[in-house]
Write a protein that binds this ligand. Structure first.
Ligand SMILES: Cc1cc2nc3c(=O)[nH]c(=O)nc-3n(C[C@H](O)[C@H](O)[C@H](O)COP(=O)(O)O)c2cc1C
Length: 219
């Protein structure tokens, strides 16, 4: 496992240990730091944006935007990488695709504040994550970037908010990572149990599984 050449898609610690059954693309997704240099073609990128496009949004405002730079154009790729903080830049600078997600914070139709802007952008990125996973791509989102630098260097207009930097690519080799990051890559994925955040009827009331009210629909 630590021979330095382990393919990250084969890491057993990374599969979701689900309490209840979920779809494969949700369980297989995780946020790696070891990306292969293999380029991601334009058509694949457009499929990711197509997935984002069909996300729901408040008032169907579709407030999301993405600025993309690929390693095909090293100058532009470096421009986006230079907005990342040092910790992220160490590994994300090697991902063949970097993006910045951007939210318009006011409704296009009336200029009113959109309190759900981040929520809706997150839904679009969520769609992208599922699509990417189904296509064998991995995605790692980052809060660790300089918002002002991103705004300035990428020309983001005033009424739009830079939200997250995103690295995308095919899985790479653990051996490409420095020791400390390799260790994190091998750590199991941890989650709170469902009972800690899904409440029944009132805040704080645990949802207990009730065998008596089985749902016969769906799968
Ligand atoms: C909005 C957002 C910001 C994040 N920022 C960073 C970051 O700056 N650096 C980093 O290494 N990981 C970052 N992450 C990745 C999270 O740490 C990761 O999703 C979380 O630990 C769960 O791991 P998993 O995605 O592998 O399931 C971010 C994730 C999200 C959704």
């Amino acid at each position: 496992m630590t021979d330095g050449f382990t393919r990250i898609e084969a890491l057993p610690a990374k599969a979701a240990r689900a309490e209840y059954q979920i779809e494969d693309v949700l369980g297989r997704r995780w946020s790696p730091r070891a990306f292969s240099a293999r380029p991601v073609g334009q058509e694949k990128l457009l499929r990711l944006f197509e997935a984002a496009r069909w996300a729901p949004s408040s008032g169907n405002d579709q407030l999301w935007s993405f600025v993309v730079a690929t390693a095909k154009n090293p100058v532009e790729h470096e421009r986006l990488a230079s907005c990342l903080n040092e910790r992220n830049r160490r590994w994300a600078g090697r991902a063949p695709v970097l993006m910045l997600s951007v939210a318009r914070m006011r409704f296009a139709r009336n200029g009113r504040e959109n309190r759900h802007a981040f929520h809706d952008l997150g839904l679009a990125v969520g769609n992208m994550l599922a699509q990417a996973t189904a296509m064998g791509l991995y995605v790692h989102q980052m809060a660790g970037f300089d918002r002002d630098a991103a705004r300035r260097k990428l020309g983001i207009p005033e009424e739009h908010e830079p939200v997250a930097a995103i690295a995308i690519g095919y899985p790479g080799d653990l051996g490409d990572l420095p020791d400390d990051l390799r260790k994190r890559e091998l750590a199991p994925r941890e989650r709170k149990p469902v009972a800690e955040f899904a409440f029944s009827e009132r805040w704080g009331r645990t949802m207990l599984q009730d065998d008596a009210d089985h749902d016969s629909g769906g799968r």
